[in-house]
Design a protein around this ligand. Structure first.
Ligand code: PBG
Length: 328
């Protein structure tokens, strides 16, 4: 090769040089670890399509929470499995509901960990939809009132942040107003702003038993083909008072993450969902790819795209590797 001034390989040859010029750093500080809570004692029920993840009773949740805090993971995100489902999702806003009990327990026993709660109705409704169903349709405005009650009940139980994931119009504003009126003006909202109607939620729906009994979620979650609309959704949520905005899923929507980061100045979260976790786990178990490397590469690419916060079921696995100085 003739004389060239720039030879990119010069900086690739040595591990320490690569480390010096690396643009994106993955850190345990960026992780949020989602967990599923269920009634009972001593329950640690494996979730078939999410190897390594469990439905946990509160005593087991506390062990998991201590473990996460000990590894330096700053936050967990809680999903609840109610004792009973009904059309109006009663346990979602019950004072002694599973999440309300779980929040109180974790805040009491593991003070050095943020507890974020998922605010939605789908795990609690008998029909499995994220809103109130009337005449076979998911009704927007009647749902807002229930979502606001859910959020206030979580905040009153001590949640550090609430995360509405239902995709009803106007829910961030309704929740903000209700929190303020209930004397919780300092509870932040992390809004699932651009949440797509995705096949990648499949394993989660098994875990949370939240598959809709009729129809699907395309009437409220976003069309995977739309990017401009995601920016409008995010702008709307910021306007209504969101403190952190989210794109979900992560890997198939890295372009949306990147766009959101460059268009808005807010902290941006990306949710690497159950299906993303399951794909890597399954291929790893089959020996079709190196699970640990695939995990680190995927998480790094979500950060590279522009996410400040990565919500991932791999949080503990990745934290463990990072502790030992693992690199992509
Ligand atoms: C709704 C909710 C879902 C997820 C988080 N919150 C499922 C859905 O919209 O059907 C999916 C998370 C995942 O797949 O990991 N409460």
């Amino acid at each position: 090769m003739a004389h060239v001034t720039f030879r990119p390989r010069r900086l690739r040859e040595k591990r320490l040089l690569r480390r010096m010029v690396r643009e994106t750093a993955l850190s345990v500080d960026d992780f949020v670890f989602p967990l599923f809570v269920t009634h009972g004692r001593g329950v640690r029920e494996p979730i078939g399509s999410m190897p390594g993840q469990f439905r946990l009773s509160i005593d087991e949740l506390l062990k998991e929470a201590k473990d996460a805090a000990g590894m330096g993971i700053p936050a967990i995100l809680l999903f609840g499995l109610p004792a009973e489902k009904d059309p109006r999702a009663s346990e979602a806003y019950a004072e002694d509901g599973i999440i309300q009990q779980a929040v109180r327990a974790v805040k009491d026993r593991v003070p050095d960990l943020l507890v974020i709660t998922d605010v939605c109705l789908c795990e609690y409704t008998s029909h499995g939809h994220c809103g109130v169903v009337e005449d076979g349709a998911v009704r927007n405005d009647p749902t807002l009132e229930l979502l606001a009650r859910v959020a206030v009940s979580h905040a009153e139980a001590g949640a550090d942040m609430v995360a509405p994931s239902d995709m009803m119009d106007g829910r961030v504003g309704a929740i903000r107003e209700a929190l303020d009126e209930a004397g919780c003006p300092d509870t932040p909202i992390m809004a699932y702003s651009a949440k797509y109607a995705s096949a990648f939620y499949g394993p989660f729906r098994e875990a949370a038993d939240s598959t809709p009994q009729f129809g699907d979620r395309r009437g409220y979650q976003m069309d995977p083909a739309n990017g401009v609309e995601a920016m409008r959704e995010i702008a709307l949520d910021i306007d209504e008072g969101a403190d952190i905005v989210m794109v979900k899923p992560a890997l198939p929507y890295l372009d949306v993450i990147s766009r959101a980061k460059s268009e808005f100045g807010l902290p941006l979260a990306a949710y690497s969902v159950s299906g993303e976790y399951a794909m890597i786990k399954a291929a790893g178990q089959l020996g079709w790819l190196d699970e640990k490397r695939a995990m680190m590469e995927a998480l790094t690419s979500i950060r590279r795209a522009g996410a400040d916060i990565v919500i991932t079921y791999f949080a503990k696995d990745a934290a463990r590797l990072l502790e030992h100085g693992a690199e992509v």
